[in-house]
Design a protein around this ligand. Structure first.
Ligand SMILES: NC(=O)c1ccc[n+]([C@@H]2O[C@H](COP(=O)([O-])OP(=O)(O)OC[C@H]3O[C@@H](n4cnc5c(N)ncnc54)[C@H](O)[C@@H]3O)[C@@H](O)[C@H]2O)c1
Length: 266
């Protein structure tokens, strides 16, 4: 599983609701050392310091946090140069301008927004893998976060396109880094309550109706821990022969045709 005392890098912390936070906590509980990255100091001030209650703020103060804007190659390079050897990396990062790339109308000519969304949500995984590689001389696990991209969801628009590309990139990177004993996988999570989720128009409806197509019960808050457990499995050494995969942690919704019938419910 997690190797005691080894360092795991958790990229994409925003607040205590972030998937990243749950993953980091889980790794620490299992004896790993966690270094989190936050996009920049402004984000840390807004979300980690201003919006939290005292207990959460104290928790945050105890975390090892570095800054890393993933569209700036030098920052990613410097991060991994500074950290020394790491055993696993989580890329839990995405962005698309909600005004132009998400919402009621799919079509847009906001090409700069599309490019930025693609860079942050997809291409940055390759930047991370490129520089993490030097910090993983003995191999390790890189994990990215995705959302069911084989189906077209209302409002999710260009983020869905980015996620499909991210899953393809996961496979390409798995092929490229097999010789380095570095595994690259993605976890496709069902909807969970976070800042990124709530920025998506229609997220509440999608989330509250998820159980209509998931054979297992699905809880928007509690099941963040189940998502984290799968991420940690793929980052650690219990998944040594798994690479290039997208593991769905979504209550099973992705394999169902139609809606779950009343008599099928638990
Ligand atoms: N919330 C969900 O329902 C859900 C479901 C499936 C997948 N995901 C994915 O999980 C990942 C984490 O999202 P979350 O839901 O925990 O939300 P979150 O808002 O807590 O995390 C998103 C993170 O991305 C970071 N980020 C955005 N642009 C960045 C940049 N240029 N450089 C560095 N960091 C940047 C943000 O600062 C934030 O920390 C995302 O990839 C998201 O698409 C979320």
């Amino acid at each position: 599983m997690i190797e005691e005392g080894k360092t795991y890098v958790i990229m994409g912390l925003l607040d205590t609701n972030s998937i990243a936070y749950y993953c980091g906590e889980t790794i620490e509980r299992l004896g790993g050392k966690v270094v989190y990255t936050v996009q920049n100091e402004r984000m840390k001030k807004i979300f980690l310091e201003r919006t939290l209650g005292r207990a959460d703020r104290e928790k945050m103060d105890s975390l090892d946090i570095k800054y890393c804007e993933v569209t700036i190659e030098e920052e990613v390079k410097a991060l991994f140069e500074e950290l020394g050897e790491v055993a696993g990396v989580l890329h839990s990062i995405a962005f698309a301008n909600p005004k132009t790339c998400l919402g009621e109308e799919f079509h847009t000519n906001a090409f700069d927004d599309l490019k930025l969304g693609f860079h942050i949500s997809c291409v940055s995984l390759a930047t991370v893998a490129q520089y993490a590689q030097t910090a993983m001389p003995n191999g390790g696990g890189i994990v990215a976060m995705t959302f069911e991209s084989r189906k077209a969801f209302a409002y999710y628009n260009w983020m869905s396109v980015n996620k499909a590309a991210l899953e393809a990139l996961t496979r390409a990177l798995a092929r490229r880094h097999g010789k380095d004993l570095i595994r690259v996988n993605a976890v496709s999570a069902g909807p969970v309550q976070t800042k990124a989720g709530s920025a998506i128009q229609g997220f509440d409806t999608l989330a509250s109706t998820w159980e209509k197509s998931s054979p297992l019960p699905w809880d928007l808050v509690e099941d963040k821990q189940e998502v984290a457990n799968a991420v940690v499995f793929l980052m650690g050494n219990f998944s040594k022969k798994i690479t290039g995969q997208t593991l769905h942690v979504d209550g099973g919704a992705s394999i169902i045709g139609g809606e779950i019938q009343e008599h099928e419910r638990p």
